[in-house]
Design a protein around this ligand. Structure first.
Ligand SMILES: [Zn+2]
Length: 596
């Protein structure tokens, strides 16, 4: 927008009845000398921006901002720093993320056994209040990264610690957990305890449990952990918001919420401590006898209890999304992603592998075509947008089919469906996202070589499918509106690393030699597209794009100042970006030391 158009908007935004020629009301804050990346229709870059009463009242050059400076206006010289819209995370799990921040964390680091032990001992020593029966829960364990390579992890490593307490160490990947001997005993695991369905109790040569539980076997211990108390829930949401402010997140979608979580956020809202616009998706689960009608009725009940109405200047809570699961995950050893073609199995030997199509294409989708259609219709009539978990290409296709049918109905036309994850999409379906106006919500950080993408995945998907995993640029080039969702805490909350991977498709420099290079032959996304995914496009999925997601006059002042310029630094350096200031609705909610 040029200066004249901005002045006009200003006049319109001024006091009702004031003549257009009157001096504009002074701004509360003016940013000048910046690299102001607006994410407007032209991705234009401006120099100055002014905020009044929580809204942006001017975007343009320095000179145009001058008349807005009154006696009480705070003028911030950006010294050329980048100012951009606040980040909008379109899929995360703030409560489990926040509660993990409060747990004893190994921070996803590669550790030696001695380091592993001393980190956990430090957690035990710090917590003097817990009794001998209280579980110590250790999270974010990088199990595949234990040093030296291939070292066996057993209960004995934990038994060596000075404590009477049961201990559970949970892998960051979510597929295994290590218990100490007291934990094994409390979980009731004996030599003759059979493996549960979908899980494995790891045993030594004598047949005794080693302490390591895989997949569903983890529940034998997890089910013993008490649910979070009200105070713990409150602490978790507080911790989540603090982490978000620091990263520059100003709006988010809790992609699978519960009343306890929303109660905690409502409490924080009441205390004036809600520092991001909070959206919540309620699960629609047709197991246990629910019908589409009764499940949507339950969602609306929760909406009535927790939704705080249309977006206003101050952050508030909205409940207008439904979460549906169509399948699980394509990764080994789960293979619960619903695929069009079978997973490959090794019909040769370990030394001379021969990967051939096996019998399984993954499970039947968790919603039958009929149930999905009925559920989506109910949601459309209730004006609730569906946010559907789809990992395999069959889950994607069946969801697109159902949405296509729905688009033909009046209620279905207004719906804003999102398909989360989309790790593999059949190329024939790429253009359907644009055609049906379906937003893929992607965790961009998954598009890199990693323990769960190289090696095994290449084998059981086969080269053709492996070449198109994490189809970020492929969907973008087919016209899809890509939105970003971190899926925190599946990975650490690191939005800038995720955006870097979106551009480069490379792992972190310290990830190890086997994870060098890019994931497959696909190109990365252009930087502008990556930023749009985590701002305006994510805002669209929250029906907030008229108010947030770009820096334009009339919109809410949700924005962040960066320590370096996303567009001019080397791509690898994007991961190192630090947010210096986070503003939500015109209020500074986070400020780093480097910001004056
Ligand atoms: Zn998720």
């Amino acid at each position: 927008m040029n200066r004249y158009a901005a002045a006009l908007t200003l006049a319109l935004a001024g006091q009702a009845g004031a003549p257009a020629s009157a001096a504009p009301a002074p701004a509360d804050t003016i940013y000048r000398n910046g690299y102001i990346y607006t994410v407007d229709a032209k991705d234009s870059v401006q120099q100055a921006l002014a905020v009044r009463a929580g809204r942006i009242v001017y975007v343009g050059d320095n000179a145009g901002a001058r008349p807005l400076a009154g006696k009480k206006t705070k003028v911030i010289d950006l010294h050329g720093r980048m100012l951009m819209p606040g980040l909008i995370d379109g899929h995360m799990h703030p409560q489990s993320g926040g509660s993990r921040l409060l747990n004893c964390s190994l921070d996803y680091e590669a550790l030696t056994v001695a380091q592993f032990q001393s980190r956990i001992q430090a957690c035990l020593d710090k917590d003097k209040k817990s009794g001998a029966d209280r579980w110590l829960v250790v999270v974010n364990w990088f199990q595949q990264g234990m040093l030296p390579d291939g070292v066996e992890t057993t209960a004995a490593m934990l038994d060596a610690l000075k404590t009477e307490r049961p201990i559970i160490v949970r892998s960051s990947f979510g597929h295994s957990a290590l218990l100490n001997t007291k934990g094994v005993q409390l979980a009731g695991i004996k030599r003759d305890t059979p493996d549960p369905a979908g899980g494995k109790i790891t045993r030594d040569a004598k047949g005794d449990a080693t302490g390591l539980l895989e997949d569903a076997a983890q529940d034998m211990a997890m089910n013993l952990l008490p649910p979070l108390t009200v105070a713990e829930n409150l602490a978790a949401s507080k911790a989540a918001l603090a982490a978000m402010r620091k990263q520059g997140i100003t709006s988010f979608l809790d992609a699978y919420t519960d009343p306890e979580t929303m109660t905690a956020f409502a409490d924080l809202h009441k205390q004036g401590k809600l520092t991001a616009r909070a959206h919540f998706a309620v699960l629609i689960d047709l197991d246990k006898g629910a019908t589409p009608q009764s499940a949507v009725a339950e969602l609306l009940k929760q909406q009535k209890q927790f939704d705080q109405g249309p977006t206003v200047v101050a952050p508030s809570m909205q409940v207008r999304h439904a979460k549906l699961f169509m399948d699980g995950v394509i990764s080994a050893p789960a293979f619960t992603g619903a695929m069009l073609e079978p997973y490959l199995v090794n019909k040769g030997t370990a030394d001379k592998p021969d990967w051939q199509p096996g019998a399984s294409t993954g499970p039947a989708s968790y919603f039958s075509p009929e149930a999905l259609k009925t559920t989506l219709t109910e949601l459309a009539n209730a004006r609730i947008d569906p946010h559907i978990h789809v990992d395999g290409d069959r889950a994607v296709r069946e969801s697109l089919d159902a949405i296509e049918a729905l688009r033909a109905t009046p209620a279905g036309k207004a719906m804003r469906p999102a398909l989360a994850h989309d790790e593999i999409v059949a190329p024939a379906d790429y253009p359907r996202f644009a055609k049906l106006d379906v937003t893929p919500v992607l965790s961009l950080q998954w598009g890199k070589p990693a323990p769960d993408t190289v090696g095994a995945l290449k084998d059981y998907m086969g080269p053709q499918r492996y070449a198109i995993v994490e189809p970020q640029a492929l969907l973008l080039n087919a016209g899809a509106r890509i939105a970003f969702g971190s899926d925190w805490p599946v990975d650490p909350l690191d939005e800038w690393f995720a955006l870097k991977v979106g551009v480069t498709r490379t792992a972190a420099p310290n990830a190890g030699k086997e994870y060098g290079g890019t994931l497959g032959p696909q190109p990365g996304m252009p930087r502008a597209a990556v930023l749009r995914a985590i701002t305006l496009n994510a805002a669209y999925t929250l029906r907030q794009e008229a108010l947030t997601g770009s820096l334009e006059p009339g919109k809410l002042a949700d924005m962040i100042v960066l320590d370096r310029n996303f567009f001019t630094i080397p791509a690898e350096d994007i991961a190192n970006i630090k947010v210096l200031q986070t503003m939500v609705g015109g209020k500074i909610v986070y400020q780093a030391k480097g910001m004056r």
